[in-house]
Design a protein around this ligand. Structure first.
Ligand SMILES: Cc1cc2nc3c(=O)[nH]c(=O)nc-3n(C[C@H](O)[C@H](O)[C@H](O)COP(=O)(O)OP(=O)(O)OC[C@H]3O[C@@H](n4cnc5c(N)ncnc54)[C@H](O)[C@@H]3O)c2cc1C
Ligand SMILES: NC(=O)c1ccc[n+]([C@@H]2O[C@H](COP(=O)([O-])OP(=O)(O)OC[C@H]3O[C@@H](n4cnc5c(N)ncnc54)[C@H](O)[C@@H]3O)[C@@H](O)[C@H]2O)c1
Length: 466
């Protein structure tokens, strides 16, 4: 039987383990903190659970315009301890579910850490396991998967203390919501937390090093969300790099590169992540890293060392749970001799869980503007949509890209509440090469926000016949 050792039990590791077990391999997952990894225990799942509570408060916005006197968000009281307890308990429950699933599939799950040891017989890899309890031992395996994830990046001049200066994994230890939160970093993580805390009534200042929030996202979408943030009272400091964040009595002082000082009760440092590659014995083993320090892996998750694969955030390919899981599965299909399609990033849908949400798939506006992808585009504001009007949704849009000659749909952007659910028809279209004609002929529910997607396709269809 083929022996496989997987280091790290996040989406990359546990999804790989399930595939390998299904294919009859003898699989061991060594995970330091718990099944599901950082994704389930400290990053994706906790943040989305936290946002689910902030969404409740958002539901109380502008109710009067619809004839409902709720008192608005200001009348709502958020109990941070209950919110945080719920975040923790859902994360632990999800981790337990994954653990049970792995065990049921016949996977051995070891709590502890692992690293590459000595390359024994050329085709066998030795992994040194240090269990949480007991003495270190080694496992010999034909295939090893590195799925060790990443850790919040720490700036030397803004080191989290777990009390006032926090990374996103420490937020749930607070016993009350921050009074005045300074969020340093306006990438996806910073924007999501800034949005959630703002909704919960926290005074939020967002320190953004670039000229707009979420610089890697569609500019129209990011600017629409930035506008909403500002309208709702968030202070956004663009082109502002934090030089240092220090404790100042019961608060924090954030000094910006241009000398300005921002104060708050707490600071959230959200300046990206660093891959977990230290202590794995990679250099000794000859596993190549990228210039950014990630494990270099190809589209079937191979590293440069035969039999050693890598998947997920430690590879830095596209740090999403969905991509990590697919990289892990692909690694096992490849290692165990199954027919396998190399990873394709073109059809990966992604969503930013701000309010409103921002979902994207396929080609980007930047590629279209730069002329690298020829495309026609249409952008339809939601304020013309009947269902959106009924719900008083004024912010948001649907954008669709198609090939100029054939009308084949190659990408899209949705800014709307629950954009994460609305992006699916566009993703299906991109994945299956559907045309705007095909989408336009699809009958949608009336009235529905998804009607704007088929309407956008109809507008592009008219262009085709012009
Ligand atoms: C705040 C936040 C929110 C996010 N939200 C989303 C989202 O909504 N949707 C989405 O798709 N993605 C989201 N992501 C990204 C997603 O969390 C990551 O892409 C995903 O966790 C990557 O999975 P992974 O398996 O590579 O690593 P991880 O989930 O990081 O798991 C790796 C595990 O390996 C363990 N490990 C490390 N070294 C060793 C060792 N030597 N021995 C044993 N174990 C080890 C670590 O303890 C860790 O538990 C979010 C990220 C952040 C930071
Ligand atoms: N909803 C989701 O799917 C979700 C949520 C969170 C994260 N993620 C994944 O994680 C990835 C990383 O996102 P992230 O936001 O954690 O990191 P990031 O690297 O994308 O963003 C960090 C931001 O901080 C800024 N920054 C760095 N130093 C700074 C300083 N001194 N002062 C001010 N700003 C500074 C950077 O310029 C950057 O814009 C995303 O690309 C995404 O793939 C996904």
């Amino acid at each position: 039987m083929t022996r496989i050792v997987i280091i790290g039990g996040g989406p990359a590791g546990y999804e790989a383990a399930l595939v390998a077990a299904q294919l009859g391999a003898e699989v061991t997952v060594v995970e330091a903190s718990g099944a599901g990894g950082a994704c389930v225990l400290s990053d994706c799942v906790p943040s989305k659970t936290f946002i689910a509570s902030s969404d409740v408060v958002t539901g109380y916005r502008n109710t009067e315009s619809r004839g409902v006197y709720s008192g608005g968000p200001a009348a709502v009281r958020v109990d941070a301890e209950i919110v945080h307890a719920r975040v923790r308990s859902l994360a632990l429950a999800q981790s337990a579910d994954i653990h049970a699933k792995l065990v049921k599939a016949g996977v051995e799950v070891v709590t502890g850490t692992a690293r590459l040891g000595d390359d024994t017989l050329g085709h066998t890899h030795r992994v040194v396991v240090t269990p949480e309890q007991g003495r270190p031992y080694h496992l010999d395996a034909g295939t090893v998967l590195l799925a060790t994830g990443a850790t919040p990046r720490v700036l030397a001049s803004a080191v989290p203390d777990g009390e006032r200066i926090l990374d996103w994994r420490q937020l749930y230890d607070l016993t009350a919501l921050p009074a005045r939160l300074v969020v340093v970093g306006s990438g996806v993580t910073g924007a999501e937390f800034a949005s959630a805390y703002l909704a919960m009534g926290v005074e939020v200042t967002l320190v953004s090093s670039r000229d707009r929030v979420m610089p890697h996202e569609d500019a129209d979408a990011a600017m629409a969300i930035e506008r909403v943030f500002r309208e709702r009272g968030m202070t956004i400091l663009n082109n502002s790099r934090a030089d240092s964040v220090v404790r100042d009595g019961d608060g924090v002082r954030v000094t910006l590169a241009d000398g300005r000082v921002v104060t708050g009760s707490h600071a959230l440092i959200a300046v990206g992540s660093t891959p977990n590659t230290a202590g794995l014995g990679l250099a000794e083993y000859g596993v190549a890293l990228t210039p950014g320090g990630h494990v270099a892996a190809d589209r079937v998750s191979r590293t440069n060392v035969p039999g050693v694969y890598a998947a997920g955030d430690c590879t830095g390919v596209l740090p999403l749970a969905s991509v990590a899981a697919m990289q892990g599965r692909i690694a096992m299909w490849h290692a165990l001799g199954e027919a396998v399609q190399p990873l394709r990033l073109r059809t990966v849908a992604a969503n930013v869980f701000t309010d409103p949400e921002l979902a994207t798939v396929g080609v980007s506006q930047n590629e279209v503007n730069a002329g690298t992808v020829p495309a026609r585009a249409v952008m339809l504001p939601l304020d013309g949509n009947a269902r959106a009007k009924m719900a008083d949704l004024t912010d948001g849009f649907v954008k669709l890209f198609c090939r100029p000659a054939t009308g084949q749909i190659i990408g899209g952007v949705v800014v709307a509440p629950k954009a994460s659910e609305l992006i699916l028809p566009i993703t299906l279209a991109v994945e299956n090469g559907l045309t705007v004609d095909q989408l336009a002929h699809t009958i949608t529910i009336y009235p529905s926000v998804s009607g704007s997607i088929t309407e956008a396709a109809r507008q592009l269809m008219q262009h085709v016949t012009e």
